[in-house]
Design a protein around this ligand. Structure first.
Ligand code: NDP
Length: 281
């Protein structure tokens, strides 16, 4: 029987735990505050920002919303980040991506104080992850580690293959699996004989950004398959990078889309907000 890794249930469990921690912190007079900045009104970004605010409200995190006009200049945005960096009562700063084209994303993300960078995108946090120091970790890969742990799947000594090497998913994912003592291979668009590489995997993490690209022939019998992709198919239904119906019968465990990795990203963002209080001490 293939185990269905239930991201919806696991993320709900994490949110409950965080809610309790935040309530205890409040009793001690400690409030957690997240500043969320959105520039322009891209509809998808508005949905993501709305979901983050909702999660904050549920857990008891105070959220400050900065909804800035599309024409906001880079200088104005940097000034706002400087102000929020200085504020003692703001624990986390999140800038919703993508930003309008006239704003340099890298410059903006680099300006967020590393101790308030709850998305884990600042080079200092990425560096900390690389050398095993404390810091914020990118939410999606951190969520995948929680999915594995809370589903009783050990990484130690396993052959782990990550397809994709983006800065927000593939690379931090590989580092986290290494930290968990996996033997890690990172595949990308220049990888030769991809199927041969992926068929070695006991744990296969797919973050390739191509709908249903990974079919059963890429997967070893009994492997654990984690699907990071999110796409809408021709029928406007959500699907992942993995062809679920084809792959699931061959796996020991698999994440569905929706309801797998997706819900974990916000849960881990909330976790980073709560952790920020201790890191800032
Ligand atoms: P990117 O587009 O930044 O990266 C895709 C990676 O896949 C690249 O490293 C690329 O290689 C590699 N790749 C592309 N084509 C192939 C191929 N044919 N064979 C092997 N490797 C290939 O994507 P992201 O990492 O940002 O996201 C990946 C997926 O995850 C997307 O579907 C995205 O929507 C989803 N996502 C989901 C999240 C969630 O919360 N569930 C959060 C973030 C992303 P190269 O580097 O050589 O170009």
């Amino acid at each position: 029987m293939t185990q269905l890794i239930d991201g919806k249930a696991i993320s709900a469990q994490i949110k409950e735990e965080l809610k309790e921690r935040v309530a205890t912190m409040k009793e001690r007079g400690v409030e957690v505050t997240l500043a969320v900045i959105q520039v322009g009104n891209d509809p998808a970004s508005s949905v993501y920002v709305g979901n983050k605010k909702k999660a904050c409200a549920y857990i008891g995190i105070h959220s400050l919303a900065y909804e800035l006009a599309e024409e906001t200049s880079e200088e104005e945005l940097l000034k706002l980040i400087d102000e929020l960096n200085e504020k003692k009562d703001v624990n986390g700063i999140l800038v919703q991506l993508p930003l309008p084209k006239h704003i340099n994303e890298e410059k903006i993300l680099d300006r967020i104080h590393p101790l308030k960078d709850v998305d884990g995108f600042h080079p200092q946090n990425v560096g900390s992850l690389c050398i095993g120091r404390k810091g914020f970790v990118s939410c999606t890969p951190a969520g995948i580690i929680q999915l594995l742990k809370r589903s009783g799947i050990s990484v130690e000594g396993k052959e782990c293959v990550v397809i994709g090497r983006s800065n927000i998913v593939g690379k931090p994912m590989a580092l986290l699996l290494l930290q968990e003592n996996g033997t890690v291979t990172v595949a990308h668009s220049k990888t030769r004989n991809l199927k041969e590489v992926t068929r070695r995997a006991d744990i296969l993490v797919v973050a390739v950004g191509k709908p249903k690209m990974i079919t059963a022939e890429y997967v070893k019998e009994g492997a654990v398959v984690i699907d990071v992709g999110i796409h809408r198919n021709e029928q406007n239904k959500l699907c992942g990078d993995v062809d679920f119906d084809d792959v699931a019968p061959k796996c020991s465990a698999i994440t569905p889309v929706p309801g797998g990795v997706g819900p974990m990203t916000i849960a881990m963002l909330m976790n980073n907000c709560v952790e920020s209080v201790a890191l800032q001490k």
